[in-house]
Design a binder for this molecule. Structure first.
Ligand SMILES: Cc1cc2nc3c(=O)[nH]c(=O)nc-3n(C[C@H](O)[C@H](O)[C@H](O)COP(=O)(O)O)c2cc1C
Ligand SMILES: CCCCC(=O)C(=O)O
Length: 364
């Protein structure tokens, strides 16, 4: 069977500078959260339903008004030009061609306006969301939000799991702290507080001073829907609902922030329970197969996002590599849906999910 993400990973590993490979692949601390994200999916099984007469299937979902051909989005990942010379432009074209939503990283090596233009050149209605690290200076955050709005982004995904930057042992060992000459976080050019002319690139600040007040301020300054990415505690999910946030992404940043964070699929049920259908809940971290997608949806996620698999596709074969990975996810999810007796994502319900070794008497 075609195993595009695993093939892409192998190729990417062989092709990439080992320092850059480790930047993309690595996690924080002892990489427990990184490993557990994938392992936790393997500890779960699906109980398929049979004879349900589901003659045709539709894998599409609608998220905050944007339609996606599949419940698999592209998670925001930084520095795509380290993976391939065409960088985010290739990723954007591939996501548009695959009919899914691209969440573009604020730390992209291509400016957001060029990313949305590349996506629309393939599919005029292609949806691009902008991932945002709230900056300590409101005028800087404001300028970034205006850029995303002007570029035609249709949602803001505010990453809230990074009050400080995670400690990445692999990067520390390699001394990898900066982009090589010629590459920069292009969205950070020419912002308030830097000299005009485009030469100065502001560093992206992580701030432990951020609070709900900053989220409130953001919501007051933009008509775009705001999602919070990196919520793991059910109390924070309840608070997000009360604050009028538009969506959540259950995420531990791909195991790159708090190493003691739970696997995201294990954190998901309590978040879904806390939200009680009032907001869409997305999940990322360790999603590697269509069965993983089906498990997350059955546990109440509206959709998932994939980070590293997209980077591997990009490094392996540029736009085509990303497209192969995304198309593979669509067909593998369609297969899992069919085998579960489902016709559409909503047919995947929590009763289908069991712990391995935990059914009935535990005989199997
Ligand atoms: C190389 C890399 C860069 C990332 N950059 C960002 C980023 O700029 N902003 C962000 O919110 N999350 C970032 N993330 C986290 C991803 O959005 C996502 O949470 C994670 O990759 C999902 O896990 P997966 O890689 O197992 O699919 C990054 C992850 C990786 C692997
Ligand atoms: C300032 C760049 C942040 C990228 C990031 O979030 C990651 O590498 O996980």
């Amino acid at each position: 069977m075609n195993r595009a993400p695993d093939d892409a990973h192998r190729h990417a590993r062989a092709l990439l500078d080992p320092v850059h490979y480790d930047y993309f692949a690595g996690g924080a601390g002892r990489e427990v959260a990184l490993d557990e994200n994938e392992r936790a999916f393997r500890r779960l099984a699906l109980l398929p339903r049979v004879l349900r007469g589901a003659a045709s299937r539709d894998t599409a979902v609608t998220l905050l008004g944007d339609r996606s051909r599949m419940p698999v989005l592209v998670a925001p990942t930084a520095f795509h030009r380290l993976a391939h010379p065409e960088g985010e432009l290739a990723t954007a074209r591939a996501a548009a061609a695959a009919g899914t939503v691209l969440i573009a990283s604020m730390a992209a090596t291509t400016a957001i306006g060029e990313i949305t233009a590349a996506a629309r050149s393939v599919r005029p209605e292609a949806a691009v969301w902008f991932q945002l690290y709230l900056q300590p200076e409101p005028e800087v955050t404001g300028a970034l939000v205006r850029r995303a709005e002007e570029a035609g982004c249709t949602a803001l995904v505010v990453t809230v799991d990074s009050p400080v930057r995670g400690r990445h042992g692999r990067d520390e060992r390699h001394g990898f702290h900066d982009l090589p000459p010629g590459l920069a976080a292009e969205n950070m050019r020419d912002l308030p507080g830097t000299a005009p002319g485009g030469a100065a690139v502001r560093p992206i600040a992580m701030s432990s001073a951020l609070s709900w007040e900053h989220v409130r301020r953001l919501r007051a300054t933009t008509p775009l829907p705001v999602l919070l990415k990196g919520v793991l505690h059910p109390e924070d999910a309840r608070r997000a609902v009360a604050e009028g946030v538009d969506g959540l992404v259950v995420s531990n940043h791909g195991g790159r922030q708090l190493d003691a964070a739970p696997a995201t699929v294990e954190a998901l049920p309590r978040i879904v329970e806390a939200v009680a259908g009032r907001l869409p809940v997305l999940l990322d971290g360790g999603v590697r197969t269509g069965c993983d997608v089906a498990v997350a949806l059955a546990l109440g996620a509206t959709a998932v996002a994939v980070g590293r698999p997209v980077v591997w596709g990009l490094a392996a074969d540029g736009e085509r590599g990303v497209r192969d990975v995304l198309e593979w996810f669509r067909s593998d999810f369609d297969q899992a849906l069919a085998l579960c007796g489902g016709a559409r994502p909503a047919d995947l319900t929590a009763d289908l999910v069991v712990r391995r070794g935990g059914v009935g008497s535990g005989a199997w």
